[in-house]
Design a protein around this ligand. Structure first.
Ligand code: FMN
Length: 400
């Protein structure tokens, strides 16, 4: 793989040399880009000698005024590389990446690059724990970048705590896993449902639920990044749709059902992350109900069971359902998996699932196997769900 290794200005910059060596040994082609601060710690010559390539350091290299090729090097490198890894990623680089600054070669290249990004931060424990750094890390995670968490241990500054650059082997592992994911959903059409539905009670009132749509939107974003065509059928949410998704907006469970059945023939993978209302008012009055002292009793009917219907129609599509429960999570997910003819059920607790950026998930498979995905950002978990979904798809193909 053709990758760029960005080196930031921290004590751990010298460890990037070892990382570059291991990457080369594993057959990757490595273009090193150093920040100006990084060159205070290690000379570019070290990396040039290791990689056999000129190390790039300047946004405005000498002579750039004479040739367009050298003036637009950051664009060329961004187009040619398949993955951007940064080790050590300084607090300063994390901040500049998070906020989209482009005031040197590495940050400009980052903005011009649209492929997978792996960041291995290293810094003093207080710098790492600072709310500003944690906020930036969270932003970058939500953007789908892989953060190789720093390790705990004695630091160069004399402190003991989290902040040491992760072991090169861990960074290489993360780089190769991120590269393997790249475009692995090419040729697939992923239909994702997201958000709540709203069931009208009269022209101004509705019943709904607390779903934010974040999990479904993260899945759509992750599938797009991995090369899939994405149809996103969304209830009312306060989120910007991911660029490239074919967005279908719906309000009610009935509209959600119609949209799903209409687009189902195009899909090869269906992920039903929406929190569709279970009950609705079948006959919605045309006039607003006036406030009065009298009790208002509503008789609600069950909404159509879209998941079960898709389960019947799914053919050789992979069908992934979601279950949010307050109790007996895994048992309920297993029951739903079989009852709805899903291939995989993603189980989450109501208290974790709704509204937050993070979640904790368990996958339940038809084999009876349960897989703990642990806690993470919804974007990270989206990739893990897609990893498993793709495995199921490949094993079903192989079985045929
Ligand atoms: C001796 C020394 C060690 C440093 N180590 C780190 C570090 O490990 N991590 C970090 O984020 N910043 C560290 N810094 C601060 C950065 O060098 C500084 O924020 C710089 O602007 C980073 O530039 P860059 O992000 O463009 O590489 C260190 C500074 C000095 C003087």
């Amino acid at each position: 793989m053709n990758l760029v290794l960005g080196v930031g200005g921290g004590i751990a910059a010298y460890k990037a040399a070892e990382l570059a060596r291991v990457l080369l040994e594993r057959g990757h082609s490595v273009q090193v880009v150093m920040t100006s601060a990084a060159q205070q710690f290690v000379r570019p010559l070290t990396f040039a000698a290791l990689t056999g390539r000129k190390v790039l350091t300047e946004l405005f290299p000498r002579g750039s005024e004479e040739t367009l090729a050298s003036a637009t090097e950051h664009i060329r490198v961004a187009q040619e590389c398949e993955l951007l890894a940064v080790a050590p990623a300084t607090a300063n680089l994390l901040a500049r990446f998070a906020h989209g600054l482009a005031d040197d070669l590495l940050t400009a290249l980052y903005l011009a690059f649209s492929g997978p990004v792996v960041l291995a931060p290293a810094m003093n424990t207080h710098m790492w724990r600072h709310a500003a750094t944690q906020r930036n890390v969270e932003t970058l995670r939500q953007r789908g970048h892989v953060i190789v968490e720093p390790e705990e241990g004695p630091l160069a500054c004399g402190m003991v705590g989290p902040g040491r650059l992760a072991d090169p082997a861990r960074i290489v592992e993360a780089i190769e896993a991120a590269a393997a994911r790249r475009r692995d959903l090419e040729g697939e059409c992923v239909l994702v449902t997201a958000g709540p539905t709203q069931e009208p009670l009269d022209p101004v009132r509705f019943i709904s639920n607390r779903s934010s749509g974040k999990m479904g939107y993260a899945l759509a974003e992750a599938a797009l990044a991995r090369g899939a065509r994405v149809i996103l059928i969304s209830g009312p949410v306060q989120l910007a749709p991911p660029t490239g998704a074919e967005l279908v907006r719906v309000q009610t469970a009935t509209q959600m059902r119609e949209a799903v059945l209409e687009r189902l023939p195009e899909a090869t993978i269906v992920i039903k992350a929406a929190a569709v209302a279970d009950y609705y008012l079948a006959e919605v009055p045309r006039q607003k109900r006036k406030k009065s002292a009298a009790r208002w009793s509503l008789e609600l009917d069950p909404t159509p069971d879209i998941l079960a219907e898709v389960g019947q129609l799914k053919g050789d599509r992979i069908l992934v359902g979601f279950a949010a429960e307050t109790e007996n999570l895994v048992e309920e997910a297993r029951r739903k998996l079989l009852a709805k003819n899903c291939d995989m059920l993603v189980a989450n607790r109501v208290e974790d699932a709704f509204g937050a950026d993070d979640n904790e998930l368990t996958l339940v498979l038809r084999t009876g196997e349960t897989i703990q995905l642990g806690r993470g950002s919804k974007r990270e978990l989206a990739d893990k769900i897609l990893d498993r979904t793709l495995q199921l798809r490949l094993s079903l193909h192989a079985a045929r």
